[in-house]
Design a protein around this ligand. Structure first.
Ligand code: AMP
Ligand code: ZN
Ligand code: FE
Ligand code: FE
Length: 273
């Protein structure tokens, strides 16, 4: 099968701006034929997207993005081909989302202490039914006129080490890999070029990830080639995508530009058999 696969996309079920429907319409126009929606701690978009995809001739593969931590480093893992109905997975995702809500409350509390009177309700309204996160708080801060723009909200308050920063509840990579495997899926190290040092990368490989996200907007072509080489050497699968969030990060132009061939998805399927 040929085609272009974007295996890293966010919707309004996490911190993406687009509903699954709008995302699929944009992806279709961008010439993509295979998608994976990988919302943070949330699989709510999948069923709808799969149904819509079949009417548009787009294959939608189930996905999720999980946050894990190693030595205070943030490690994101992508799970593909998970069964969204898996009860244990859903129990964990529900816990992650509940913890996100408590963390958002703590962040807003810190903002109040910093004399930024952001009503928590404004953040909740921004998030709707999504996995709540800092992007919703940043957007609410901008909307309330308390900061100039989204980047400044992170740069001054919400980013790592900034005064309103709060850690997220996170599991170890081992636990996340286990969760994904138990739900019938394959786990991939997300955008390793972002923050993951080599020692951690090899530790994750040892823990049993199935693959590496080699194509990502944050990766130079040299980085992509480097990770491809590691994947080959360790018999790992490769994936890639745009990490599209619907314009929130000035990323409206990424759709169609970051993809992997359909063959990468075929290889995942073969590994699962
Ligand atoms: P959270 O899951 O609540 O920790 O939020 C993580 C999301 O916040 C990331 O996926 C990015 O979209 C966004 N983010 C994190 N750090 C920054 C930053 N320094 N500037 C802009 N966006 C950021
Ligand atoms: Zn995100
Ligand atoms: Fe990520
Ligand atoms: Fe992502």
């Amino acid at each position: 099968m040929d085609g272009k696969a974007d295996l890293h996309l966010h919707t309004s079920y996490s911190d993406g701006a687009f509903t699954p429907q709008d995302l699929l319409a944009h992806a279709s126009r961008a010439g993509l034929t295979i998608l994976s929606i990988t919302d943070h701690d949330n699989t709510g978009a999948l069923r709808e997207a799969m149904e819509l995809g079949s009417t548009l001739g787009i294959e939608v593969i189930s996905g999720v993005e999980l946050s894990t931590t190693v030595d205070a480093q943030d490690i994101h893992l992508l799970g593909y081909f998970i069964d969204p109905e898996n009860e244990i997975l859903q129990e964990h995702l529900a816990i992650f989302r509940a913890e996100r809500l408590r963390r958002a409350e703590r962040i807003v509390q810190k903002l109040h202490e910093l004399k930024l009177p952001l009503p928590f309700e404004a953040v909740l309204a921004r998030a709707g039914t999504a996995s709540i996160g800092r992007p919703h708080i940043a957007a609410a801060l901008v909307e309330a006129g308390l900061v100039d723009n989204y980047q400044a909200a992170f740069g001054r308050y919400l980013g790592f080490g900034k005064p309103a920063y709060e850690r997220k509840y996170q599991v170890s990579p081992r636990e996340a890999i286990r969760m994904v495997a138990d739900a019938g899926g394959l786990s991939f190290i997300a955008h390793p070029g972002n923050a993951i040092d080599e020692r951690v990368l090899f530790a994750l490989i040892k823990e049993g990830v199935d693959g590496i996200e080699v194509v990502h907007p944050s990766h130079s072509s040299e980085r992509t080639a480097y990770y491809r080489g590691i994947a080959e050497e360790y018999f790992l699968l490769t994936s890639g995508g745009s990490d599209f969030h619907g314009g929130r990060r000035n990323d409206l132009d990424v759709l169609g530009r970051f993809s992997v061939p359909a063959e990468a998805v075929d290889k995942m399927r073969r590994r699962l058999r």
